[in-house]
Design a protein around this ligand. Sequence first.
Ligand SMILES: [Zn+2]
Length: 214
Amino acid sequence: MSTKGAFRVECPHCGESFDADFWTVVRGDRDQEVKELILNGEFDLLMCPKCEEMFQHEEPFLYIEPGRDLLAFVMPETYLEKKDEWVERMKKDYAPLRASFSAGQGLSGEPLYLFGLAPLSALLEADRDREEETEVLEFMAREAGLQLLAVRPASARELDIPFSIPMPAGLKGRAAALKAAEALRVRNDALPRLKKLIDALSALEGDELPFLKI
Ligand SMILES: [Zn+2]
């Protein structure tokens, strides 16, 4: 589950210093409420016990969604000035934790190093859209008698394509996937990531599909 740690902070409004709890590890797949806080900008929002003003205070944390192969080190935006130093430190501090997650949960992708909450919430929003689009695509594919193959989440993000791709039953390979994707697009041209999938499949050479989950 997600875990918290206590840190001393100073109120930017009145200068009062006090201990506050911060998330150190967020399991986005298990703690929907915490994920929502990140998405709506209320994560690490504190209220000063003295003047009762609200303010945001960022501390580094680890964001994990094993099912989506997502492991991100999220650091305060101000750390960007000494980016390389902090990335090294995160690697070292979290190495044991990362090893346990990689071994037990099937996290295979490279960790991400993000500065500030904005890049994380942008990524989570894009994943949410991709998820919705994937559901529509999967529904259409099943109706058309197609099977579905899972895309590696990191590749889906990089190419901005759905989390799974359609494939005629019994077939495999790029040409068959392209044909299936084009057939679905004829039936629904309102899915931007299906269009991007067609572009990505068209751009590939040979019949291999390098972005599939093994
Ligand atoms: Zn205050």
